[in-house]
Design a binder for this molecule. Structure first.
Ligand SMILES: C[S@@+](CC[C@H](N)C(=O)[O-])C[C@H]1O[C@@H](n2cnc3c(N)ncnc32)[C@H](O)[C@@H]1O
Length: 222
């Protein structure tokens, strides 16, 4: 028996895992179909927001280890970072801790998730960390806005990530439980999808139960 059973993650059921994987594959292979499933995805996560942190052990070493390992490849430190599918904000908060000079934005399609994330930062007069309801397939920023884009347990919206990434900016996608994660994209698929948009692999690996992939956008043409 663990000392504190409330800190144990509740793994997703086989059905949830299968549905999550199917949706992830759809985003990777047929991104134009995303608008057909967006509403159902939002409703599903709306219902999970209140107990997401307890259910997934969000913010624990297990949850964040793979993303943290991927972030060690990011040099120089970013000035502007974006976390996609931020949920309750723990990955964005990790990025903010790792890169204290960076302005960090976290987006999610679920207003309830964003509500939980906002409550963690409270009033931030300097606006260094902020959370916003937005779709990773249609981001409300112009191109070249960020020098780091992260996604933890989140499907990769390749085209939109590449669009908002600055030249020589980094992408870090991580899955806390590797292939056991419902939203898991194998590293070869991440490499292919980003390479087609000018983002080359610089690292891949594993940490704790999770996996990560790191890419970097090309330098500006002379
Ligand atoms: C599996 S959860 C992961 C949340 C968080 N990153 C974590 O690891 O705890 C996936 C999150 O992505 C969000 N999401 C899914 N598709 C999205 C999209 N196109 N744009 C923004 N958020 C999205 C969901 O609402 C959900 O909060």
């Amino acid at each position: 028996m663990p000392a504190d059973p409330s800190s144990e993650r509740q793994p997703p059921s086989r059905r949830i895992h299968a549905v999550g994987r199917a949706l992830n594959d759809l985003v990777v292979r047929f991104p134009w179909m995303w608008p057909l499933v967006r509403g159902r995805m939002r409703s599903y996560f709306e219902g999970l927001a209140a107990d997401w942190d307890a259910r997934t052990n969000a913010g624990s070493a297990e949850h964040l280890a793979a993303l943290a390992a991927g972030l060690t490849a990011v040099r120089p430190a970013p000035e502007r970072a974006l976390d996609l599918g931020t949920g309750t904000g723990e990955a964005a908060l990790l990025v903010a801790r790792e890169f204290p000079q960076a302005r960090v934005r976290g987006v999610d399609i679920s207003p309830a998730m964003i509500g939980v994330a906002r409550a963690k930062v409270g009033l931030d007069p300097e606006g260094r960390i902020a959370f916003k309801v937005a779709d990773a397939a249609d981001l409300p920023w112009p191109e070249d806005s960020f020098d780091l884009v992260t996604g933890l347990n989140m499907p990769p919206f390749f085209a939109e990530v590449a669009r908002v990434l600055r030249p020589e900016g980094y992408v870090v996608f991580a899955a806390s439980w590797g292939p056991e994660t419902p939203f898991y994209t194998p590293p070869d698929a991440l490499q292919r999808g980003f390479a087609e948009r000018g983002v080359a692999e610089v690292a891949r690996g594993s940490a704790a139960a999770g996996t990560y992939w790191v890419g970097r956008a090309a330098a500006p043409s002379p």
